[in-house]
Design a protein around this ligand. Structure first.
Ligand code: FES
Ligand code: FES
Length: 172
């Protein structure tokens, strides 16, 4: 009799490890499932939003192994062993204190709607991990893939720049 080999994908999300069985059964994940649906529908992490579902709006952005990725364009099958941070994972896990960048958005009224804001913050967060002291122009360029459809741009950039300045002062 042919042995059935079960596939399991392991992902590490916001400090927790999830083993997700792959298959066509009721509780299994189809191979075609995107990371955005896995995070939202299976893990209940609904902070990321699915806007265009085709890689154009940035609403679904998460950080995977240090890089910002559009989760709607990423198959969960390709994430085996990866470390993922969603907007829910930015705050300090022990104290619940917001990440400095989140706080900067609050302090500078950088929040836009619930659809685009999480993606903007995650894109900015990944960018700032690699850019110590970016210019406003560079921040605008980094956020170019995160479209607001309402034309209310862009106090988000001011918030990111305020955080860059604060971080610089704290590190001096
Ligand atoms: S929903 Fe993923 S880029 Fe728009
Ligand atoms: S899409 Fe969020 S404020 Fe426009």
């Amino acid at each position: 009799m042919k042995e059935i080999v079960r596939k399991v994908i392991t992902i590490h999300v916001n400090g927790k490890t999830y083993d997700i069985p792959v298959g066509t059964g009721r509780y299994e994940m189809p191979e075609s499932e995107t990371l955005s649906h896995t995070l939202r529908d299976r893990l209940g992490l609904t902070g990321l939003k699915i806007g265009c579902d085709q890689g154009a709006c940035g609403c679904c952005t998460v950080i995977m192994d240090g890089k910002a990725v559009t989760s709607c364009m990423t198959l969960t099958m390709d994430c085996d062993g990866k470390t993922i941070t969603t907007i829910e994972g930015l705050a300090d896990r022990a104290t619940g204190e917001l990440d400095g960048l989140q706080q900067a958005f609050l302090d500078n009224c950088g929040y836009q709607c619930g659809f685009c804001t999480p993606g903007i913050i995650m894109t900015a967060k990944a960018f700032l991990e690699e850019h110590e002291n970016p210019t406003e122009e560079e921040v605008r360029e980094a956020l170019a893939g995160n479209y607001c459809r309402c034309g209310t741009h862009y106090t988000a950039v001011e918030s990111v720049m305020a955080y860059v300045q604060k971080r610089k002062e704290e590190r001096q």
